[in-house]
Design a protein around this ligand. Structure first.
Ligand SMILES: C[S@@+](CC[C@H](N)C(=O)[O-])C[C@H]1O[C@@H](n2cnc3c(N)ncnc32)[C@H](O)[C@@H]1O
Length: 242
């Protein structure tokens, strides 16, 4: 149910802001420059939104590019942008948990940035990681980013509060799954209510273990480039091991 609430958010309230975003963050630039070095490789981006990252990658001279998002309106937006910019990126509507349209062992570089896997129910995360693993070639490189549990001092308090209400209502939801506190710059005053869109926040050691168990070797994990950057997102570079 949460997955659809997040999908609804990206189709409505968050559509404009995420479809129109531009430029790479410096930490994204760092990982892309460090790990994407063969311009002829096949690249795919998951949860592309308005194509911010994949269009920037095309500008860098990469040519075999694919991207998907589960919000059809985002893909329509990308295709319109593609027509205007003479781009050759192949966009598709797809859900990260079921990538039936993409063959096995196809991609050398796979980008799961901007926390795309945090919007998925924790029970479905292995499914999405299995799909990511399946479509990557052996030794392919993955760039992931996740919401970083340790980056917000209030997460443990928020989790206790939210889970008290869940307990009273008889709901069983993972304690690391928290409601959105801010939607499009507005405080979500309904965050304690039932049926709120939610994200999973990850402790570094937990997500590194999950990635390892799903067949990825972690090459590097970083939550910021320097002490001035916000540490909200944990960026992880991995290699497909098996
Ligand atoms: C925070 S936005 C990032 C958009 C873009 N990658 C960027 O950085 O500008 C997250 C995007 O992931 C998409 N998304 C979330 N869960 C998804 C899933 N399970 N499958 C495909 N797309 C998903 C949303 O629709 C949204 O466009």
């Amino acid at each position: 149910m949460d997955k659809n609430l997040n999908k609804e958010l990206y189709s409505k309230e968050l559509f404009k802001v995420w479809s129109e975003k531009k430029d790479l963050l410096s930490i994204e630039e760092y990982f892309i420059n460090k790990y994407l070095n063969n311009k002829n490789s096949n690249i795919i981006e998951a949860g592309t939104g308005g194509g911010r990252i994949i269009f920037e990658i095309e500008k860098l001279g990469f040519t075999n590019l694919e991207a998907f998002d589960y919000v059809e309106k985002m893909i329509h937006f990308c295709n319109e942008k593609k027509k205007k910019s003479n781009s050759s990126i192949n966009f598709k509507t797809a859900d990260a948990t079921n990538l039936i349209d993409y063959g096995d062992n196809k991609f050398e570089y796979l980008l799961y940035l901007q926390q795309v896997l945090c919007f998925i129910d924790i029970d479905n995360l292995p499914k999405a990681l299995d799909e990511a693993h399946r479509i990557g070639k052996q030794n392919s490189i993955y760039l992931f980013s996740f919401l970083n549990w340790e980056s917000k001092f209030y997460n443990p308090i928020l989790s206790k509060l939210v889970n008290f209400f869940r307990f009273v209502r008889g709901e069983k939801i993972d304690k690391y799954k928290l409601p959105w506190l801010n939607i499009n710059g507005n405080i979500n005053w309904r965050f304690l209510n039932k049926n709120q869109p939610q994200n999973t926040w990850f402790k570094e050691e937990i997500i590194l273990e999950i990635l390892n168990n799903c067949g990825f070797t972690v090459l590097e994990a970083k939550s910021r480039l320097n002490s001035k950057d916000k540490a909200g997102h944990l960026h992880i570079a991995c290699k497909k091991r098996i």
